[in-house]
Design a protein around this ligand. Structure first.
Ligand code: AKG
Length: 193
């Protein structure tokens, strides 16, 4: 039987876009080197410590205080990536209010959640490992197995989540198999849109 694109590509929610090979292998290597010099901390979620490590720059979201907290400025080493994302999205670099780097050791996941309310969009670049990125409707009654979308988010790719994909859908990631995965996520604020 003839296979169409719809048989291969999952139908993505409105506001979610995915671009494989957004950065080159050299850029990935360079970013991993910069990240290795940063002091990442175990992710604290209320009283519980998650398996992943993080470091945040700019307007970070405090889960305990449920508000934005100004962190250190985004290091200039990442400017080339910010420029690339801003150009791809046709926005100004200054609109990127936060950069969050997450390290997922093998076995670590991020559970089902929606992104923090003050942010308008998230752009995510993946490094070192692919991951199975999942999306399901926010509405409990619609959270059927059939409605859950699994997308293989490859290393060096870019995804963007905004609009309905951010407000009406939850997302999670499955554990990377044998290597750590790093995600660098860039967020814009609602008030800037
Ligand atoms: O690892 C990823 O790409 C997902 C990041 C994420 O969901 C988050 O930072 O809230």
């Amino acid at each position: 039987m003839l296979q169409t694109l719809f048989d291969i590509e999952p139908r993505l929610p409105e506001g979610f876009t995915y671009q494989p090979e957004f950065i080159s292998k050299e850029e990935e290597e360079h970013l991993l080197q910069i990240i290795s010099s940063l002091e990442m901390k175990q992710m604290q979620f209320h009283q519980y410590e998650a398996k992943r490590r993080v470091i945040s720059f700019g307007q970070g979201w405090s889960f305990t205080e449920q508000q934005l907290k100004e962190g250190p400025p985004i290091p200039s080493d990442f400017l080339f990536l910010i420029k690339k994302i801003a150009a791809q999205r046709s926005i100004d670099c200054e609109e990127i209010a936060q950069m969050l780097i997450t390290e997922y050791p093998p076995g670590a996941i991020i559970n089902w959640h929606r992104d923090a309310p003050p942010f308008a969009s998230i752009a995510g670049v993946s490094l070192k490992s692919d991951c199975s990125f999942k999306l399901r409707p926010q509405e409990k009654e619609q959270q059927t197995r059939k409605a859950t979308i699994s997308l293989n988010v490859q290393r060096r790719s870019l995804y963007i989540m905004q609009g309905k994909a951010k407000t009406d859908w939850q997302h999670s990631t499955a554990a990377a198999v044998d290597q750590p995965r790093y995600s660098i996520t860039f967020r814009t604020l609602k008030s800037n849109k």
